[in-house]
Design a protein around this ligand. Structure first.
Ligand SMILES: Cc1ncc(C[n+]2csc(CCOP(=O)(O)OP(=O)(O)O)c2C)c(N)n1
Ligand SMILES: [Mg+2]
Length: 490
């Protein structure tokens, strides 16, 4: 495109005339951003900014969606232009997504006919495609269990009779893993088979499991696991077509339910549920999360950082409404969740929004507490303080012969005598204009949450939790899905 430069490594973010002379803060930002964006460009002609921004927006929001970086040099930012927004908006192209063919649907039905234990595996793409209603309709039509990946966690109501659970090596439920391991046919709906889902691929694909993979991006198909059928399609179209074709047959092809009966996994799911009814102190994170879930509305948002609290949450926290469980996904970035919780609250002011995070993560989000105060955004910061970079400590213990370095966050001096805990987050939040309270007993969790909601203000709840992570991560079990436990964990 004219005026659009993406390949020249000399182009850097500075004035056009100074490019390549290594001026103050000059950086090859386009080149740096390329591997982590859908597209990255430098615009050297500011008079074309409107078209380029529009083009970037189209690229970002069509096909397989993704971020686009536009680098606009500082002198070009000041170029005055006239923009006819009607023309720009009127030129928005229709997103022509690939569609599953009739042959794809027929083959899928054939494979379903042969299957004894088929499973729908729902990935994050189901949310991106706004296809959660279609997923529910398909599952109910086929009467087969639904398991979700980490990113698909909130694509299917977790109390639905057909919900089996979550799969994975960390963000899993035992019944979800059991269901997927024992399945003979898996239909992956807009997921990626990321390593935290599949674990050891040979275990995941054991016993001749057949896999159908539906994805918008043909590069995803066959990338990690061999498939008997790859379908490049918008997942919504695929699900609608499959449900219609199945209905037209007038019988259950998948022999998971007797004809005319409905599958109900509720009791099985409960039987396999991990233990949460702890009474010992310090507070166990599993019970804290249970109290939080019981308190919150069904459509509340919860966002996460990275750490043991996030892992426990992803194993235990039920979701009922799409796009309510805000994860950093494969990036696993600490310091992300509070901004996400604020964004959700700003978009949906009538709904509750909570950031669940650890003390290490809150240390990376301190400036965001002030942002919440400055803009008066009533989010709840639910910090599970174990005075540790707990997840890293666990890895040091398991994989580095117990050499513990820089993971202990405790310190005391004459100004900070914080009962061996390190940063006093309540004091810190108050210093920024956010009310906070310390919780050390189970019975105080819900009343603290009630006070937070009643305040109508941003609010910090600092829960002092057991520093022993117990068994939060299953990856010690050979990183394989056969690490699922048949009995409850302690
Ligand atoms: C920005 C960033 N830096 C470092 C890491 C590596 N990391 C993952 S978990 C973790 C410790 C998290 O500590 P905390 O938030 O207290 O959670 P805990 O594991 O103790 O529950 C670190 C340092 C990361 N994921 N993101
Ligand atoms: Mg911690």
């Amino acid at each position: 495109m004219d005026g659009f430069h993406s390949n020249d490594s000399n182009y850097r973010s500075t004035k056009n005339s100074l490019i390549g002379t290594m001026q103050f803060q000059e950086a090859p930002i386009v080149e740096m951003a390329k591997p982590v964006t859908k597209a990255a460009y430098r615009l050297t002609d500011g008079s074309k900014a409107a078209e380029f921004i529009h083009e970037a927006w189209v690229t970002a929001t069509t096909g397989r969606k993704g971020p686009v970086l536009l680098d606009l040099p500082v002198d070009q930012q000041k170029v005055e232009i006239e923009v006819d927004l009607d023309v720009l908006i009127g030129s928005t192209p229709v997103d022509n997504l690939p569609q599953a063919s009739d042959a794809d649907i027929e083959k899928t039905l054939e494979l379903l006919k042969d299957a004894k234990r088929p499973v729908l595996l729902s990935g994050g793409g189901v949310n991106i495609a706004n296809a959660t209603i279609e997923l529910k309709a398909l599952a109910e039509e086929l009467q087969i269990p639904v398991v979700t990946s980490g990113m698909g966690m909130d694509t299917f109501p977790n109390d639905h009779p057909l919900f089996a659970g979550r799969m994975g090596t960390m963000l899993d439920t035992p019944f979800g893993n059991k269901t997927i391991v024992e399945a003979d046919l898996v239909i992956n709906l807009a997921g990626r088979f990321a390593d935290r889902s599949t674990g050891n691929v040979s275990v995941f694909t054991q016993n001749g499991k057949k896999i159908i993979h539906v994805n918008l991006d043909n590069k995803e198909i066959g990338k990690v696991v061999p498939t008997v059928l790859g379908i490049v399609s918008d997942v919504k179209t695929f699900m609608v077509k499959l449900a219609e074709a199945h209905k037209a047959l007038g019988a259950h092809v998948a022999a998971t339910a007797e004809v005319g009966t409905k599958v109900d996994l509720t009791e099985e799911r409960k039987k396999w549920a991990r233990k949460t009814d702890y009474t010992t102190l310090p507070i166990r994170q599993e019970r804290a999360l249970r109290e939080l879930r019981e308190f919150l509305d069904r459509d509340a948002f919860v966002s996460h950082d990275c750490g043991i609290s996030q892992i426990w949450s992803s194993q235990l926290f039920e979701t009922y409404v799409p796009r309510t469980y805000l994860l950093t996904g494969g990036a696993g970035t600490m310091g992300w969740g509070l901004g996400a919780a604020m964004a959700a609250k700003l978009a949906f002011p009538e709904r509750q929004s909570v950031n669940i995070l650890g003390d290490g993560s809150l240390g990376m989000s301190l400036q965001d507490i002030a942002t919440a105060a400055k803009h008066d955004i009533p989010v709840i910061i639910f910090c599970m303080n174990n005075s540790l970079m707990g997840l890293i400590r666990q890895q040091q213990n398991w994989f580095y012969n117990g050499r513990q370095i820089s993971t202990d966050l405790i310190y005391n001096n004459e100004l900070c005598d914080n009962e061996e805990r390190g940063i006093d987050f309540v004091k810190t939040a108050e210093g920024m204009g956010v009310r906070g309270e310390l919780v050390t007993h189970y019975d105080d969790i819900k009343p603290a949450l009630q006070r937070a909601v009643d305040s109508g203000k941003p609010y910090l709840i600092e829960v002092i939790v057991d520093p022993d992570p117990k068994n939060a991560c299953e990856f010690s079990n050979n990183g394989a899905l056969n690490g699922f436990k048949y009995s409850e964990k302690d």
